[in-house]
Structure formats: structure tokens, C-alpha cells
Design a protein around this ligand. Sequence first.
Ligand code: SAM
Ligand code: SF4
Length: 419
Amino acid sequence: MKVKMPKYYIWTIGCQMNKVESERLEALFTEYGYQSTKTADDADIIVLNSCVVRQHAEDKVLNKLKNLKALKQSRPNLKLAVTGCLVEPNIAGLKEKLPFVDYFFKPAGFPPWLDKPATMSLPANSDLSTYVTIMQGCNNFCSYCIVPYRRGRERSRSIAEIIREAEELVKRGAREIILLGQNVDSYGHDLPDKPDLADLLTAINDIEGLLRIRFLTSHPKDMSEKLIDTMAVLPKVCEQVSLPVQAGDNDILKLMRRGYTVEHYRRLADLMREKIPGLALSTDLIVGFPTETTEQFQNSYGLIAEMRFDTVHVAAYSPREGTTATRDFKDDVPPEEKARRLKLIEDLQENISTSINESLIGKTVEILVDGKKSGRWRGRTRTDKLVFFNSKVDYTGQLININIESAGAWSLRGKLISS
Ligand code: SAM
Ligand code: SF4
């Protein structure tokens, strides 16, 4: 008799880390013979991979849980599992709060109803551009951030294990690997022979068939000169760094417990730009941190104007239960004022991104073609800029040269000049 295998649906919200963890779960379920479904309604098991980094994300998760509770009432055999950053160490407490959820497992954890397989699960066909988690957790405890409380302390994977996974992904179709961690600059300090990110990049650079390497997220207090020099010489490592500044005011940076000053950040960015020509720098910024005055916000605004980042991810401060900022400060910047500051930064950055992109008009850039979406061929530059082009030939997975003809804030358009 043929055994009916369960059908699963995974709902993911949040950062790349959650996305990659959901991909690995999918691969694991496939290994177990589970089938994926297009909608949650058809599934026998639903996994909710959650994010609580800001209230907005948490609200989405709680809303989803409400819907799932109703679904479970109409279909009592349906199994519900929750993973991701909603899952706090006190699982018993969560079970009490959300009794209709069958299973909780911590971020990057293993579904508790399955037996652990000996081998890791990887997608059968890898995306051209694919993520590899090189370390879990964070030791930094920035005062506003919930991540260390949910993902625990830093744990690095060995270089050998990461290389094995990256090689396997390349065999399965990956051409670009993006190394992931909350603070990748501190990679390896917890391993016996203390390798660092530069050593890891050097090893990955040798993988045959791999075309590009990126990594994120870097921390300004941990970025080493060795890493910068290594980036500058390794041909596959792209000229792109994600270096969150979070604030442009030293007093706010101190309250955030970031461990560096604006002056340090500026020196570091200058050094990187000097040693890595054409470097694309992106950053994260929080506006409306407790006690942030208009002058202090102006310092952030000024820094964003001065640094001319390629990309800025700006967020309004959101108090997170359990963090020291929530314990020590009142969330005293009114929501309308946070929204105003957010909009000012977004508008400023839109102009900067547009002018950076316009400066590429007439230049030739190399792109890795990632396919055709909505009838348009597309790919990304080494600096991670999205480029559209026309072609009769399918160059997916290949590096091609494009002459840029027009540009906007979010993408570029150009003409294929060689293959
Ligand atoms: N580890 C990285 C770093 O050091 O910046 C990023 C990790 S964090 C999950 C991603 C981004 O979310 C942060 O860069 C920060 O800007 C934002 N974030 C984290 N906690 C926040 C909070 N309580 N309110 C608003 N934004 C927050
Ligand atoms: Fe959160 Fe700071 Fe760690 Fe980034 S470095 S994950 S912002 S605690």
C-alpha cells in the first residue's frame, strides 16, 4: 500500500537568514518525501518562520497566527509549527501563550517531529545566487536589538564544512555565494584554530565554477585591515560591503552600544574606498532612537549625505521587549516624528542612488545574468545593481558585458556588448 506523505507549506517573513533557513527546511522535507503546496489551505503541516526584529514584523506574525488558529479549528488534523525569532528560549511559556501551535523550534533548529538525518539538506537545484550561513547568533547586544536573545551567542561553522556546502551548491547550479551572519567580521573567533573571514574568503575563492562571492553583514567595530586587503585581491569577491552605521551621532551610537564613533566609521569607509576601487557601500540606519533630538537626527542626515552610500536601509526605532533600550529608555520620539525623519532619509537616499546610478551611463559593466522576469532579461553588477537588457540568447548563469544607457534609483538599463 502506498503511504500518503504529508503536504507542507512554509510561510517566511524577515531577513535573508530566515529565507535560507526556510530553503533548507524545504530541502529537508523533500528528503523526507513531503510535498510542497501552493497555498496553506492544502497543507497537512504549516511552518511559520517568524521575525520579530521590529513591531511591524511581529504584528504580521501575530496576525498570521490568528488566521492559522482559525484554520486549525476548522481542520484539527492540521499541524502547526513555529520557528524563527519569535521562538524565545522559554518554549514552555510560548506553548502556554499559543496552545494551538503543535511545535516550536528555535531559529535554524531542527523540526522536532523528524529524526535527524546524517547529511545536511540542500536544495536539489540551487539558485544562481544562493546564501550560505557561516555563523549563527550575535555577541554584540546592541541596546535596541532582540537578535542575540533569540539566536543566541556566536557559533561559527568550520571552513571545511562551509566549503563542502558551497561546492555542493555550485554543483547544483549556484554561481554566486553570499555568506551570511549577523556579524561576519567576527567569523571564526570561536573555532579551535581561529580562522577569520579573510581565510574563509580565500578558500572559497578557489571553488571551481563559482563566479562571485559576497558576504553580509559586517560590523564597523570588527572590520579588519586584513579583510579589506583580502577583498581587494580576491577576484571573485565582489566590491560590495554592507556596513551598518545605525546613527550619525556619537551620543546616540553610545546609547545604542555600537562600540564605535562616527569618526571611526568615516576612517574605515575611506580606507575601504581607497583600497577597493569602485566599492559599493550600503548601510542600515535607525531613526527616532530614544532621546534622539532633531540636531542628533541632523547628524545622521548629514552623514548619509556625506557618505553617499549606494543603498540605505532605514528603519524607525521599534522598542523590543527584553532589550536594554526598552528597559532603560522611554520610546519618546513620537511616531509622526519618526515617520518624518524616515521619509527625509528615504528622499535623500533616493536622490543619491539615482545620481550614483546615472554616473554609470555610458560605462560598461559586467553582470551575472539571473534570468528573465516579467519578459525582461536581468542581472546584477558586481556592486549588486540590477540591470535590464534585451537579448535573443539566454545567458542565464553567465557573465556578460552591458553598456549602460539609462538609470533610475533602483535599476539600470543597457545594451549587450559582448558575451
Ligand atoms: N547584524 C546587523 C547589524 O549589526 O546591523 C543587522 C541585524 S538586524 C536584524 C537588521 C537591522 O534591523 C539592523 O541593522 C537595524 O537597523 C534594524 N533593527 C534592529 N533592531 C531594531 C529595532 N529595535 N528598531 C528598529 N530597527 C531595528
Ligand atoms: Fe543586532 Fe547589533 Fe547583533 Fe546586529 S550586531 S544582530 S544589530 S545585536
